[in-house]
Design a protein around this ligand. Structure first.
Ligand code: GRG
Length: 295
């Protein structure tokens, strides 16, 4: 199967999983569940859940354990972070995934609570879907909570907000922000897939490293796209970083310097994948596709 066909097949599995494993929009209170589904169904790229499925398959091609609930839980958690990031008290954005942000389409309180509900749902889903294997359920839930917690996703977001409007942010702080705000959930996607696929500790930590490099490459590309692409292509507001005087890889290293850094992380991710047993074709092509992406 070629890369695009495989990617479409995995995205379609994720979409079906979201449909099945998230409460329907007509669940009471309807306003809340409509808002949760509005953002989930706005057509994200589904990168993180696709990685969960692909990594589980890499280590266990016969598919002994179902990675779909973990993939859905991670996408719910990621979507919560986007909803909250867009709120007026944070990035104050009007556009996300090509549509008005949740607080614009609904209202601020509903957006806040829809984010809270998606986060809570993610943790509950993870625990209940793998309850028959308690050690696995605990490890997966721990991965998700660690990646999303105060030292990682939320910590990265806090330092990102603190850095806003400052032009003297050192490159090491920028790296802290991106390692946590962006790479943490990508690392988690590799870790979840590896655990479900029964990978050894060695192989799991190796793919977590792939997630880290991919996360950094992904964020650098995000900075380059913010500086060079159009809002209509991105489905979110472009040019925000320069406008708000934000320190990014582009402001520190320039567009070409940032591109070179993204390439170096992406090459490191692909080199690490090459040391693994199994069919790494899809994951290798995914890393490349995310490095040269246009949105
Ligand atoms: C509110 C705790 C909290 C964290 C927010 C997600 C986030 C942290 C900030 C959003 C802004 C940003 C540039 C984050 C870096 C990670 C990133 C590039 C997210 C966007 O992920 P994509 O491109 O989005 O995979 P889709 O919509 O395709 O799922």
């Amino acid at each position: 199967m070629d890369f695009t066909t495989k990617l479409r097949a995995l995205v379609s599995q994720v979409e079906q999983g979201l449909e099945r494993l998230v409460p329907p929009a007509d669940t009471r209170p309807v306003l809340l569940h409509r808002a949760m589904r509005y953002s989930l169904e706005s057509g994200g790229k589904r990168i993180r859940p696709v990685i969960v499925l692909a990594v589980a398959e890499l280590f266990d091609p016969s598919g002994g354990r179902d990675p779909l609930p973990a993939a859905v839980a991670l996408e719910c958690l990621h979507t919560y972070s986007l909803i909250h990031d867009d709120l007026p008290c944070m990035d104050d954005d009007d556009l996300r995934r090509g549509r008005p942000t949740v607080h614009k389409a609904f209202d601020e309180a509903t957006a806040l609570l829809a984010g809270d509900a998606l986060l809570t749902h993610a943790l509950g889903l993870m625990v209940s879907a793998y309850a028959e294997d308690p050690a696995l359920a605990v490890a997966l839930t721990r991965d998700l909570a660690d990646a999303a917690g105060s030292r990682r996703l939320i910590g990265g977001q806090v330092e990102d907000l603190a850095a806003e409007g400052r032009t003297d942010v050192p490159a090491s702080d920028l790296e802290f922000i991106h390692l946590n705000k962006t790479a943490a959930l990508l690392e988690a996607s590799f870790s979840l897939g590896a655990r479900i696929g029964g990978a050894s500790d060695h192989d799991r930590s190796l793919v977590v490293g792939v997630g880290r490099d991919l996360g950094l490459a992904f964020q650098i590309v995000d900075d380059v796209l913010d500086a060079t692409a159009e809002s209509a292509t991105l489905g979110k507001t472009a040019g925000k970083d320069a406008k708000s005087g934000k320190t990014t890889y582009v402001s520190v290293f320039g567009v070409e310097g940032a591109r070179l850094r993204a390439r170096a992380h992406s090459d490191a991710a692909r080199d690490a994948l090459r040391t693994l047993p199994g069919d790494i074709t899809f994951l290798t092509e995914l890393v490349e596709a995310l490095t040269v992406r246009k949105k």
